[in-house]
Design a protein around this ligand. Structure first.
Ligand code: FES
Ligand SMILES: [Fe+2]
Length: 418
């Protein structure tokens, strides 16, 4: 389908260095985003460590649509739609559990966790009907990269690995921080409901321009050196991986400082078990490199944000409402590290956390501002004159530059006009 001549015209609304405010506030645009982004591209759903055993399930979502992430009775990972095919009731109301079948509460049809209808209540009313006509809906494409489960409603399209492209290296970097090379997401999720369009969050996650101001008070009271990472003298980089994936790369700063675990605000002495496990797994030299580099800060389009110590997923509910689901990262084989990861996550994005509250205030103000008619455009020119290609060919610039935001909108425009 071509947009040319029709409204909204995404060729007109998205320019290389500015975007039109209606992209954040127009309900019609939101509906088109569901069709062209959320129900078409690869969307992160959950992690295999959330369903470690056969028959485990968790309720998740792809955009506003609820899905069940299931480790089925045969051992496969599936994404089933959480809707009874009889009269459309929500099938499962629990957040998580372990069951080989789901029974709809309305008229008690029962479905195997592989999706097939197992039986009707009072089957004699269905003489001659075929059970195979009433399977649960399923997300047609499911793919897993190193434990990260993605789903796509498009029957065909780029593979997950093609979609992730350069962002795969950041996931690899993340998993290097586990002595066993694996994540364990067992901390449970908090949900933050925000009255703002989802793209404000998407853009902000790798915005290195705001922290010194929005989070300045936090850096001050915690006496943290983090603030300088986001200042004019920082050697950190913003990066556009293409396909809408963006990164705030802190490694140049951590390497310059050269102290293992500094990225985590601590020292090797305070995490002796973790350090021993890392050295045992990778050898002293490589472990030291990993512990200097730390974990990535990456936004995988459209909804997976890995922020050093925690993992967020963005769930758009409507044009002006988004839920941020967040959990502490956990590394397999690193119990002392995981304890601290949870504590820090609670301190930064928990119910009384200091960091997310600041950002959320900005998201809601962004949204209120976007509704004001004049000026109509949002400007994204910062650092245009100093962006360059890194050794892998990705666009990078200074830590405070708007390389990620320009990259996000380029990809957005491609998807919306495809
Ligand atoms: S709606 Fe589920 S059994 Fe009727
Ligand atoms: Fe922030």
């Amino acid at each position: 389908m071509k947009d040319t001549g029709s409204f909204p015209d995404y060729h007109r609304l998205v320019e290389p260095t500015r975007v039109h405010s209606s992209l954040y506030t127009d309900p019609e645009i939101f509906q088109q985003e569901l069709d062209r982004i959320w129900y078409r591209t690869w969307v992160y759903v959950g992690h295999v460590s959330e369903v470690p055993n056969r028959n485990d399930y968790v309720t998740k979502s792809i955009g506003p649509t609820p899905v069940l992430l299931v480790h089925d009775r045969k051992g496969e990972i599936r994404l089933l739609l959480n809707k009874c095919p009889h009269r459309g009731n929500q099938l499962c109301a629990y957040r998580e559990g372990n069951r080989a079948s789901f029974t709809c509460p309305y008229h008690s049809w029962t479905f195997s966790n592989t999706g097939e209808l197992a039986g009707y209540a009072y089957a004699d009313g269905y003489e001659g009907a075929s059970k195979s006509d009433f399977s649960l809906g399923r997300v047609p494409r499911v793919a897993i990269y190193r434990g990260f489960v993605f789903g796509s409603f498009a029957e065909e399209g780029p593979s997950l690995e093609e979609h992730l492209g350069g962002a795969k290296a950041s996931i690899d970097q993340l998993l290097d921080n586990s002595p066993e090379g694996e994540l364990e997401l067992t901390a449970g999720f908090l949900q933050h409901r925000t009255k703002a369009n989802w793209k404000f969050m998407l853009e902000n996650e790798t915005d290195g321009y705001h922290p010194a101001f929005v989070h300045g008070s936090v850096f001050q009271v915690t006496d943290s050196g983090i603030g300088s990472l986001y200042g004019p003298d920082s050697t950190a980089l913003t990066r556009d991986f293409g396909n809408g994936h963006t990164e705030f790369d802190l490694r140049p700063e951590w390497r310059r400082i050269g102290k293992p675990m500094n990225w985590f605000g601590t020292t090797t002495e305070r995490l002796p078990e973790y350090v021993a496990a890392m050295e045992g797994a990778y050898g002293e030299e490589r472990a030291r490199e990993i512990m200097i580099d730390g974990t990535p800060h990456i936004m995988i389009f459209p909804n997976l944000f890995i922020a050093e110590i925690q993992l967020f997923t963005l769930q758009p509910i409507s044009v002006d409402e988004t839920i941020q689901h967040v959990t502490a990262l956990g590394f397999k084989g690193a119990p002392d590290m995981n304890r601290r990861l949870r504590q820090q996550t609670m301190g930064s994005v928990g119910p009384a956390g200091l960091l997310l509250a600041d950002d959320t205030e900005m998201y809601e103000r962004n949204h209120r501002g976007a509704s004001i008619r004049d000026p109509e455009w949002v400007t994204l020119t910062r650092g245009l004159h100093r962006e360059r290609r890194d050794e892998n060919g990705y666009l990078v610039a200074h830590s405070t530059d708007e390389v990620p935001q320009r990259g996000i909108w380029r990809h957005y425009q491609n998807l919306m006009t495809a």
